[in-house]
Design a protein around this ligand. Structure first.
Ligand code: ASP
Ligand code: MG
Length: 438
C-alpha cells in the first residue's frame, strides 16, 4: 500500500484536481491524503476572525465570496448534471454548516470545526470527480480515525485500530481518499495537526498501515542542493537520510513540514518527494540510509536570527552555569537553535524575539550580555562524520570572505551550522554552491 499526499496548490484549481485524478488512478493500492484547495484554510481563518469579533455582516459576505469561488470550480470540474448536482449539494451542506457558526458564541473550539471544512470539501470534490469519470474510490473520514492525545501527539494505537476498522469495510477497494490536517482531540472534538499538517497526516497514516512508501507531492522537484530563489543552477538531490532532512526542514527548505517525517522515520518507511508538474521525475527519496559517503549534499539558510552572548567570569570552572542560562530561555518559552561556548562565555541564537527584552534583562544577572540582530544561520548538510578529514576546511574555504559569527560542528554527523550577517547570506549560499557542488 502507498500513501500519497497532495498539497493545496496541487488541488488548487479544477484543472489541477483533474491532473491529480490522473496521477492516482491505477497502479498499486493507495491512500490519498489531500489538503484543502489552496487559499481555503486562510480564508476560513479570516472568516473565523470576523466571528471572533462578532462582525456578522462581514463574516457572511466573506463566506459568500468563498462559496461563489467553489461554485465556479464545480462548473469547471464537472460535465454531467448528476456530478454537478452532487457537488452543489456538497457545497450547500458545508457552507450552511459554516454559516451556522454565525449565530452562536464563537470560541477556539468552533474555529477548529470551521477550519476542518476545507479538507472535507477538497476530498469530496475529488471523490465525485473520480466517480464522474468512472473511477471507484472510497472516502475515508479522517475524523473517524485520526486522533491526538492529551499531549497533542498522535494517538498511534487508536489511529491504527480505527483506520483498519474503516478500511476493512471495503475489502476490494484499492483507492482511498482522506483528509489531511484534521483530527479529533482527546475529548473527541474536532482539532487539527497545525498549519501545514497534511504532510504529518500522510506520515502518520503511512506508519499506521506500514506503507511501502509515503509520497509527498508538491510543485517542486524534490529537495534541491541550495535555495533556487538565490542560487542559479541548483540541482535536485536524489537521496537523503531522515536525519539530513530533519536538519534541512528546519533550516528553511520549506517543502516538508519539519515534524512530519518523524512517524515515517520511526517505522523506517521511505518518503519520496514528487513533483505534480513532472510526475515522471523520481524526486527525492528519503530513507534511513546515508548515501554518498563523505559527501556534502545541501545548503540551506534561515533568516531572522538574533544571537545573544553571555560573558561571565563565574562560568570559569563552574558547574550548573549553562543550566541557569537555559532556564531563562525556558521560562520565556523561547527555544534556542544554535549554541557555542568558550571557557568564559556562551553564545546562543533564537528565531523568536517576542520575549527578547525580558530574556536579556534576566541574563544580565549572570554576566555581560550582548545582542546582535539580523543574522542568518547557514546550514551545510551531508555525510560529515568527524572521522573524515577536510570537510570543515572546504566549507570554511568557501566562506573565506565572509565574517563568521558562530560555527557549530560535531553535534551531529550530518550538519555544520554557521552564523553570518543576513546581508552576507546570498553571497554565502552562492560561494558554497560554487565550491561544494561544482
Ligand atoms: N490546509 C492546511 C493548511 O493550509 C493543512 C495543509 O495544507 O497541510 O495549513
Ligand atoms: Mg503544505
Amino acid at each position: 500500500m502507498l500513501v500519497l499526499k497532495f498539497g493545496g496548490t496541487s488541488v488548487g484549481t479544477a484543472e489541477r484536481i483533474k491532473d491529480v485524478g490522473r496521477l492516482i488512478v491505477g497502479g498499486k493500492a493507495k491512500i490519498v491524503v489531500l489538503s484543502a484547495m489552496s487559499g481555503t484554510t486562510n480564508r476560513l481563518l479570516e472568516y473565523a476572525g470576523y466571528l471572533f469579533k462578532n462582525e456578522k455582516y462581514a463574516a457572511r459576505k466573506h463566506l459568500n465570496s468563498l462559496k461563489q469561488h467553489y461554485y465556479s470550480i464545480i462548473d469547471e470540474l464537472f460535465n454531467t448534471s448528476s456530478g454537478k448536482g452532487k457537488a452543489e449539494g456538497l457545497i450547500q451542506y458545508h457552507f450552511e454548516y459554516l454559516d451556522s457558526f454565525n449565530r452562536d458564541l464563537f470560541t477556539h473550539f468552533e474555529e477548529k470545526a470551521v477550519l476542518a471544512q476545507g479538507e472535507m470539501i477538497s476530498t469530496a470534490l475529488m471523490h465525485y470527480h473520480l466517480e464522474e469519470i468512472g473511477i471507484t474510490s472510497v472516502l475515508l473520514p479522517a475524523l473517524s480515525f485520526m486522533r491526538i492525545d492529551k499531549d497533542q501527539e498522535p494517538d498511534n494505537y487508536y489511529i491504527k485500530e480505527n483506520l483498519e476498522r474503516e478500511r476493512i469495510q471495503h475489502p476490494d477497494a484499492n483507492l482511498f481518499i482522506t483528509q489531511g490536517f484534521i483530527c479529533r482531540d482527546v475529548f473527541g472534538e474536532i482539532d487539527n495537526l497545525k498549519r501545514g499538517g497534511s504532510d504529518y497526516t500522510a506520515s502518520i497514516i503511512g506508519a499506521a498501515i506500514d506503507a511501502e512508501e509515503i509520497q509527498i507531492w508538491t510543485d517542486i522537484d524534490g529537495f534541491h542542493n541550495n535555495d533556487p530563489r538565490i542560487v542559479k543552477n541548483t540541482t535536485r538531490i536524489d537521496e537523503l537520510s531522515f536525519d539530513e532532512v530533519a536538519e534541512l526542514a528546519y533550516f528553511g527548505a520549506k517543502i516538508l513540514h519539519p515534524t512530519s517525517v518523524r512517524p515515517a522515520q520511526l517505522k523506517n518507511i521511505p518518503v519520496r518527494l514528487k513533483n505534480t508538474l513532472l510526475p515522471d521525475s523520481p524526486g527525492t527519496l528519503i530513507t534511513e540510509k546515508v548515501s554518498g559517503k563523505g559527501k556534502i549534499k545541501a545548503v540551506a539558510a534561515k533568516d531572522g536570527i538574533s544571537s545573544i552572548r553571555i560573558r561571565s567570569g563565574r562560568m570559569l570552572l563552574a558547574y550548573g552555569f549553562l543550566r541557569k542560562v537555559f532556564e531563562i530561555f525556558e521560562s520565556h518559552k523561547t527555544s534556542i537553535d544554535m549554541i557555542t561556548t568558550s571557557e568564559v562565555s556562551v553564545s546562543v541564537t533564537i528565531d523568536e524575539t517576542e520575549h527578547l527584552d525580558a530574556i536579556v534583562e534576566d541574563l544580565q544577572k549572570y554576566g555581560t550580555v550582548s545582542l546582535t540582530n539580523d543574522q542568518s544561520i547557514v546550514c551545510v548538510v551531508g555525510d560529515l562524520i568527524a572521522e573524515r578529514k577536510g570537510v570543515a576546511r572546504i566549507v570554511l574555504n568557501a566562506l573565506s570572505d565572509i565574517p563568521l559569527r558562530m560555527i557549530s560542528y560535531g553535534s551531529s554527523s550530518n550538519n555544520i551550522s554557521l552564523l553570518i550577517n543576513s546581508s552576507d547570506k546570498d553571497k554565502a549560499l552562492n560561494e558554497l554552491s560554487k565550491q561544494l557542488f561544482k
